[in-house]
Design a protein around this ligand. Structure first.
Ligand code: 3PG
Length: 206
């Protein structure tokens, strides 16, 4: 057995609440999002986790979620590496549009394909495959070596940057990833084997 990797999607953002495509836009957390982030930290603490290092994106909602969770863990000030590679999928021309308005304009099926398919990008944006092409190398070169050293690592990021990571970690196909949803503020814990495969997965739901 090797180290532990914990993935945490940010708490509810203002644009999640307003049902807007967000991508690389930078809204803050809502009050509910703040509570979700704190709750994630409390559950990690109750389960006995202590982190050696954290990673997050260049976007405020993930950074703030990390700060709030670390506060609950009593680990404020933990060494944290921010990188744009962990940013949310770029939603391109959809960014800022209401998701229900988009369904009315382009149809339910097309919008679902843009949101959940593996390799169909939204107009002017990234497919999940494109997102994975930056998330996965960053994981392999920068995050995974620390986990394989036996460390406990926290990654606070986004619904689709984490879907890309989960897809690769669990060896999911382009069809399987369509049904994968990452909840806000719910830590996903992976214990890795020394050969980097997943030994055990635990979801710390509320
Ligand atoms: O960028 C966004 O709009 C959300 O964070 C995730 O959106 P999705 O649920 O459409 O993947």
């Amino acid at each position: 057995m090797s180290g532990t990797l914990v993935l945490l999607r940010h708490g509810q953002s203002d644009w999640n609440l307003k049902n807007l495509f967000t991508g690389w836009k930078d809204p803050d957390l809502t009050e509910k999002g703040v509570e979700e982030a704190k709750g994630a930290g409390q559950r990690l603490k109750a389960a006995g986790y202590r982190f050696d290092l954290a990673f997050t994106s260049e976007l405020s909602r993930a950074q703030r979620t990390l700060t709030l969770a670390l506060g609950e863990l009593g680990q404020s000030g933990l060494e944290t590496i921010r990188n744009i590679a962990l940013n949310e999928r770029d939603y391109g021309d959809l960014s800022g549009l209401n998701k229900d308005d988009a369904r009315e304009k382009w149809g339910e099926e097309q919008v679902h394909i843009w949101r959940r398919s593996y390799d169909t990008p939204p107009p002017g944006g990234e497919s999940l495959k494109d997102t994975g092409a930056r998330v996965w190398p960053y994981y392999i070169h920068t995050i995974q070596p620390r986990v394989l050293r036996g460390e406990t690592i926290l990654v606070a990021a986004h619904g689709n940057s984490l879907r890309a990571l989960v897809m690769a970690l669990e060896g999911m196909s382009g069809e399987e990833i369509v049904g994968e949803e990452i909840a806000t503020g719910v830590p996903i814990v992976y214990r890795l084997n020394a050969d980097s495969t997943v030994a055990e997965k635990t979801v710390l739901s509320a």
